[in-house]
Write a protein that binds this ligand. Sequence first.
Ligand code: M6R
Length: 643
Amino acid sequence: MCGIMGFYGISEEESAGLVVLKGLQNLEYRGYDSSGIAYYNSLNNKIESIKRSGKLANLSKEILCGNPLKSGIAIGHIRWATHGKPTNENAHPHLDCTGNIAIVHNGIIENYIKLKGRLLKNGHKFITDTDSEVIAHLIEDYILQGFSFSESVRRSALEMKGSFAVAILYAPEKRVAAVKYGPPLVLAQKGGNLYFASDISPLLEYTGEVIYLKNSEIAYFNDGVLDILSFGGKKVKKKVAKINWDASKVAKSGFSHFMQKEIYEQPSCILDAFSSRIVFENNIGDNKSSKIVSIDKNKNIAQQLAAKKFKVALEDLRLTKKDVESAQRIVFVACGSSYYASLISGYIIESLCGLPAIVHYGSEFRYGSFPVKNTDIVVGISQSGETADTNSALELALAKKAKVVSICNVPGSQITAISNKGVIYTHAGPEIGVASTKAFTSQILCGLLLALFIRQYNGFLPLGYDPSVLFKDIVELPQKIEKILLEGEKIRDVAKKYYKSPNFLYLGRGILYPIALEGALKLKEISYIHAEGYPAGEMKHGPIAIIDENMPVMFLLSNNLLSSKTVSNIEEIKARDGIIITISDYEPDIEGISDAIKIPETSLFLSPILYAVPLQLFAYHIALLKGTDIDQPRNLAKSVTVE
Ligand code: M6R
């Protein structure tokens, strides 16, 4: 949802416009509906800008055909419209009255009407319907009052309310500034050049060393010198963070779509999520010097697990024994697929830790009246770490003195700064497809690791729980996912039979109910087909009315305690001529199944991961057959940074 890219090259040999354009291409996945670039023209000491509605290709056509953007400084933006339609005019960058200042903005300026009123009175001319334009005029106004550029930026930042990441280009002094209050901004320096962006993906090809701006910080850059100041005007010393994502992760690498690539990356993502976190029992605890021992994939796993007692150690989690012992419940907040991963994590926490788990949508939690207590552990799950509703809910929990933890995929993102008790990184690598796949399954695994971690301290003994079976199944999970991926063609054939159906129903029970929700969401998001997920047992309380011979029903069937119940639900659908498709880990003895997809068996707590994979492939193939924009589905944004 909106993206900023900027470049300040110390020589003009490199076209800043082209660097920024390439960066914007790497940010496209965030979701947008118009784009623009402003660059410094050294021939006349002025700012030139180009803005286009629609896809980035419209902007790049303009730039590559008509305008070489010979310049060493440029800022660019992809916009996801909030205030004002996605027209050329409303696209960023916005200029002040003199054309000396260009700004690009992510977020919302909540007090823009008031600021605009004052600036109009002062004679400023506005030409767009956006809230963002006010920023350029506000800075201009302070400069007109005699303040320096940096002081004008600082005063403007202090005056704006809402959430904003802003990049500013000031032509008279050949300077850029970047302001953060809410949405992320990441800086990188290489060979005297400065790169900055909304996230690390466009920076990876230049360097793996970045600086995360924190809220209420402003970076100023001029001729190779970077200064970072607080909104209070104090110089801030920043740490350089090393990123171990490589640039190839933001390329399709032979796959047709990022989503397809990300589905196929899941075996290695799951391996990355657990491999360094399973340790010998005598090496865990608060002892920071513990030797982390990973399991050797090439040796007999059962023997390795039997020989030693393995436990879970989570490197960036700061929950202490005391925190866990005093916790009376675990509260999850999240949105979209991350909410479904939270439902699964809640189920696992209740089963493995004997603690009540409460799961809320971020958007409901923040305006609801949920009584947060200081004994609560509140867990935010978010791929991006930028979801406004989730982050605001966590801020609220923090204000009530709860212990806040996050499960997140993006290093340095906003959620990681909010989480006072640390983070469990999913380690899934950059997820570019708007529809979450590998991040979702990694979130489930990390939810399980959190439950195992808590259980180590609270000592709850679940009935029939055999850790050696669970640990063995965790280690074998990547191979089992591989096995499902090898069935890709079969799943494509099933998709071929049903892709014209206007509706789908997804049904599951217990821990697989959230997977029914996720399967339906995946289909909706990328194929635009109406699909509903439901608990199988609830079907007879309403949805059964929509069953007829045209309704495909996807059943998630597992050979566990609830299998006979789900089989009865299948019979109910059959009796009403519905079309039955099953995904199951056993051969059910049922007649009349139209299509059956078989997957490997695993432990109950890991089963959602295996059931999610065929549903991702099913949605992918249906969308492919329908010819939709799989990686950037209409109306959707990857990071939803506004309410
Ligand atoms: O970045 P987050 O995990 O916080 O995002 C939450 C949702 O916006 C996200 O899961 C969304 O539902 C995806 N498009 C799902 O595919």
